[in-house]
Ligand binder design. Structure first.
Ligand code: ATP
Ligand code: MG
Length: 565
């Protein structure tokens, strides 16, 4: 081994550092830091860290941050590291301090406030004459009211001065709403042992525009843009500002070059010398403005293979170049920005408190043409998921990737439509009453009316009945069935077949694949009446599989028919 590299907080995308460090012949040492935040918020991070620790426990050294900084310093010094780097937000202060005290390359400790505290970031921009957002740390409702009057704008953001995952962020309209949010923030804010707020509360004027991400990596004060994304966020009725999706920018459009130039100025104004900065910006009619910088790799749990297919590199690896291989960093910086695939990070929004008996979302997402991977927070661990407010309360993330931008966008939109309007087909709950519906059933009449003349497969939960000349399969034999039928009839008419909705939907997708391109899928009412949202529910499954939904037949309009693309 060439030496040791301490990774301070190694969750989310920062997780990639572990294998990247190993791949370069160095030994990673994992440093567990302290998380500020409420129990509920912290739990999300702790669970992830626990999983990573389990994976590496017998191979890598894990150091735990002590309450006494000197002890942590001594423990880190004892491994004689070449670098101490942060992998995630809450590792930034500790890693910066340790690197500085050990004389290792990193960012100046004197800039730590500007790197981590949202008011100090904006102050650093103001000082350099760059556009900034007006805001103030407040300690009381009176102070908030006075600053509101001074700002002279209607729309305000109340948020924590430090933080992540949108926890404790309130978008408010008018003074009353702002004061209510301030009150709630003081109540909810995590407290330290003496009962004092652990995280300060600030208010800012609210910017109205499109939100972007510009990620940079710096090497000895030289900054390089490595990736840019555009966000789509949605305002929740609970006041939250939830992530919907982010898509990478593949070619700069008008206004983007100005954004990127501003981002480079921001990184310089913050005082960054080494490593990655994940910057969030908004563009409004006045141009770009910083929301916040996070001086660590972008989050969202990005797998390196996902990022590489979009940008041709992944950020943690570029960051290691900045510390270990400045010459390579310099050479790669000359390459043009040419992402050649479109990636989207779709965050699963829970539109209300959600009971999860089974999670068909996992099967539905997998069918999408641009599906890359997905993870689902909390599913399987708990039956009730909370309504989405912030990143800690999402249902998970689905990663989409394709050469065709529209396809990725449409897949994102379909997922968003389902989560907001048809959530019970994503998450099965216990009062799933539609499956007790019934409708008249006559499969022979369907076969005749639809002129099913070529090879026809009926997938049925009454497979022992007589269906004439067509081929019939039940769930036991479905997997083995021939996979090039011209017509497929879905005849699942027993309510009990849907008791595990996820598994039923999975089988429906297997059945879909038995029908050849250009072939038809025919679903009678006696089948679709059992799905959540009935015919709409069935259409959603067809859309997820990429089918074209056909016009209804005049003589049997209750049949839902799709064409396999
Ligand atoms: N002043 C503002 N004007 C408009 N929108 C804002 C403002 N401040 C925050 N937001 C919105 O709220 C989101 C979360 O705020 P911020 O990034 O400061 O908090 P965070 O907890 O660090 O969030 P995350 O880790 O999710 O990025 C921003 O991405 C942006 O959409
Ligand atoms: Mg943010």
């Amino acid at each position: 081994m060439k030496g040791k590299i301490v990774i301070c907080e190694y969750i989310s995308t920062g997780f990639n550092y572990i294998e990247d460090v190993l791949a370069r012949g160095f030994e990673p040492v994992l440093l567990e830091g302290h998380y500020p935040g409420t129990e509920l918020e912290i739990n999300f991070y702790r669970e992830e860290r626990k999983r990573i620790n389990e994976k590496y426990a017998d191979r890598l050294e894990i150091i735990k941050e002590s309450d006494d900084y000197e002890k942590t310093l001594a423990a880190v010094k004892a491994v004689n590291p070449l670098l101490v780097i942060p992998g995630a937000e809450f590792g930034v202060p500790l890693a910066t301090r340790l690197a500085s005290d050990l004389g290792l390359p990193g960012n100046p400790l004197s800039r730590l406030k500007a790197m981590t505290e949202k008011d100090a970031m904006q102050a650093a921009l103001k000082e350099k004459g760059l556009r900034y957002i007006r805001g103030k740390i407040i300690h009381s409702e009176e102070e908030a009211a006075a600053f509101y009057d001074q700002l002279g704008v209607e729309d305000i953001v109340v948020k924590r001065c430090r933080g992540g995952g949108t926890a404790g962020v309130f978008m408010c309209h008018g003074k009353e709403e702002m004061l209510a949010a301030v009150k709630q923030s003081f109540l909810e804010a995590p407290k330290d042992e003496s009962g004092k707020n652990d995280l300060e509360i600030m208010i800012q004027e609210q910017i109205k525009g499109t939100e972007y991400i510009v990620n940079t990596v710096s090497c000895n004060g030289k900054h390089r843009i490595v990736s840019a994304w555009v966000y789509n966020k949605v305002k929740m009725s609970n006041g939250g500002n939830a992530y919907n999706y982010a898509m990478n920018i593949s070619r700069l459009k008008t206004g983007h070059s100005r954004l990127c130039r501003y981002a480079l100025q921001v990184v310089e104004a913050i005082g960054i010398k080494y490593g990655p900065v994940h910057g969030e910006y908004m563009i409004d009619d006045k141009g770009p403005v910083l929301i916040e910088v996070n001086c660590r790799p972008m989050g969202a749990g990005l797998q390196r293979k996902f990022t590489e297919r979009i940008f041709g590199h992944h950020e943690t690896d570029v960051a290691l170049d900045s510390y270990l291989n400045p010459q390579k960093f310099e050479e790669d910086d000359r390459a043009p920005y040419r992402p050649d695939e479109f990636g989207a990070i779709k965050v699963v929004i829970l539109a209300g408190e959600t009971e999860v008996k089974s999670a068909p979302i996992m099967q539905i997402a997998k069918e999408l043409k641009s599906y890359f991977s997905g993870f689902y927070a909390g599913i399987g661990q708990t039956e009730i998921l909370h309504e989405t407010r912030d990143l800690g309360t999402t249902g998970g993330m689905i990663y989409l990737l394709n050469k065709d931008e529209n396809l990725v966008k449409n897949d994102c939109e379909l997922l968003h439509l389902i989560e907001m309007k048809y959530p019970r087909i994503f998450f099965q709950n216990s009062d799933y009453e539609e499956r007790f519906n019934t409708a008249p059933r006559n499969i022979l009449a369907v076969i005749e009316e639809c002129h099913c003349m070529g090879a026809t497969l009926v997938f049925s939960d009454r497979a022992d009945e007589d269906f004439g000349d067509v081929k019939v399969t039940d769930s036991k034999n479905l997997t083995e069935a021939y996979n090039s039928y011209e017509n497929g009839i879905l005849d699942i008419s027993r309510a009990e077949s849907y008791s595990d909705l996820e598994s039923m939907i999975q089988q429906i997708f297997v059945f879909f694949k038995k029908i050849r391109r250009g072939g038809r899928i025919i679903v009678p009412e006696s089948t679709w009446c059992h799905l959540p949202y009935g015919i709409d529910g069935m259409e959603i499954l067809m859309k997820a599989a990429g089918h074209i939904v056909e016009l209804p037949l005049a003589r049997m309009p209750e049949l839902l028919i799709s064409c396999v693309e």
